[in-house]
Design a protein around this ligand. Structure first.
Ligand code: ADP
Length: 404
């Protein structure tokens, strides 16, 4: 009996042990599975966080690059990849990836000192990061490098932002040129006026009324020119200083604008026996805009055609028609035209076609077409020009029908 009991007890103990072992194995398997699932979730979370970070950095307009302490690139956002084109960036040293050493310079300085570095670079086109030739001239860049705060135990990472400031640089350049050109343009008539004044005063020309009158007439012509230049400069500056948003937009029939300028230019048109054609399929066509500027736009274009072709026989057309969502306005003439090499520059401030002005006295300020372009753009429109000298020179304006 006792033997049976002890066998039974042993068996029970064995079963209990087996059960325990089984439960232990099961719980180990369970916890292993849990750890694996947990690891997987962690990896997924990590990947998601990384994707989210990359998405955010890709959304940046500026090129953004992360660099390790050995100056190898560890991350480059979409703008950076686009900037460096087909070149491989990841895991490459910056000195190889950034073609121009001056681009890498700020970053290397930051890596060496640990201090943030910001520098502005103006590079000729061929040495720009892009290395392409999409726009001639120079590219301007701001390189901003700073070390990121270290993760515990991690090696230092430096971030570099490369911002393309070419547009701002060009604008700055245009402003500088404007001031330089304006001073130059004003200096000439001022010097002439001063010269005649000296003659009048020092050489006692006042005693000779005939001569004095001649001198004064010349002086007045140049004084008129100065006030013309100043007026044009003021119009440009008004259009550029945001005053365009204060344009007095109202609907008005375009034919009234044509009538105004033809009245103002009537004597010139008659003197030159110019033939004017008005193409206005819908005489009641209304445009939305500031009438003052539209009259000036039309006046400058028609006056230019007359001014550049003082001989008789000029045929000039002024047209305006609805075209879908837009209104098309054009001024064309069959005069001397504009050489194709000059066409891309024709709307630049103070630009004049050399050929037209080399032999005779300066007629215009060279600001007329820039005023035209600015005024049209302030209305949300565009202007283009085509020219076949002697055949047709056409300025074509496209303006949205509804004001923007
Ligand atoms: P400007 O005050 O000298 O007329 P614009 O800016 O109005 O200045 O015009 C720039 C130059 O473009 C003119 O000097 C002239 O050489 C050329 N131009 C403009 N319109 C015409 C045209 N219809 N035919 C020929 N040349 C033109």
């Amino acid at each position: 009996m006792t033997t049976e009991i002890s066998i039974f007890a042993t068996l029970a103990a064995l079963v209990a042990l087996a059960l325990l072992a089984f439960r232990h194995r099961r719980s180990r398997r369970q916890s292993e599975a849990e750890v694996n699932a947990w690891k997987l979730r962690l990896e997924l979370d990590l990947q998601q966080a990384r994707d989210e970070r990359n998405r955010l950095l890709d959304a940046l307009g500026d090129a953004f690059v992360l660099v390790d302490s050995d100056a190898n690139i560890r991350f480059a956002n979409e703008a950076a990849r686009a900037l460096f084109g087909a070149r491989e960036l990841l895991n490459r040293p910056v000195s190889e990836a950034f073609l121009d050493p001056r681009l890498a310079e700020a970053l290397l300085r930051c890596l060496a000192t640990g201090e943030p570095v910001q520098s502005r670079l103006v590079l000729p086109q061929q040495t720009s990061p892009r290395g392409d030739l999409e726009n001639r001239g120079v590219n301007a860049w701001i390189i901003d490098a700073a070390r990121l705060s270290n993760p515990p135990g991690g090696s230092p990472t430096t971030r570099v932002i490369i911002r393309d400031v070419t547009a701002e640089h060009q604008l700055e350049q245009v402003r500088k040129d404007f001031v330089a050109n304006a001073s130059h343009e004003l200096r000439t008539p001022l010097a002439i006026i001063n010269g005649y004044l000296e003659n009048l005063l020092d050489d006692d020309m006042i005693e000779k009324p005939e001569m004095a009158r001649r001198f004064l007439t010349i002086m007045r012509k140049h004084a008129d020119r100065i006030s013309h230049i100043v007026e044009d400069m003021l119009v440009i500056s008004r259009l550029e200083s945001g005053e365009a948003s204060a344009l007095k937009i109202e609907p008005f029939p375009f034919h009234s604008c044509i009538k105004d300028i033809l009245e103002r230019l009537e004597s010139v048109i008659q003197n030159q026996s110019a033939e004017i054609t008005i193409t206005l399929p819908d005489p009641a066509l209304v445009i939305h805009g500031d009438r003052f500027y539209w009259t000036q736009v039309l006046f400058n274009l028609v006056e230019n055609a007359l001014k550049q072709n003082p001989h008789s026989g000029l045929r000039l057309e002024i047209g305006c028609e609805a075209a879908g969502e837009n209104v098309r306005i054009w001024v064309s003439d069959n005069g001397v035209g504009i050489p194709s090499a000059d066409l891309p520059h024709i709307f630049r401030r103070f630009f004049r076609v050399e050929k037209h002005h080399s032999q005779q006295e300066i007629k215009g300020t060279g600001l007329g077409l820039s005023i035209v372009k600015r005024a049209i753009e302030a209305h949300g429109g565009t202007i283009g020009v085509t020219s076949v000298p002697g055949s047709e020179t056409k300025f074509l304006i496209t303006l949205p029908k509804e004001p923007r």
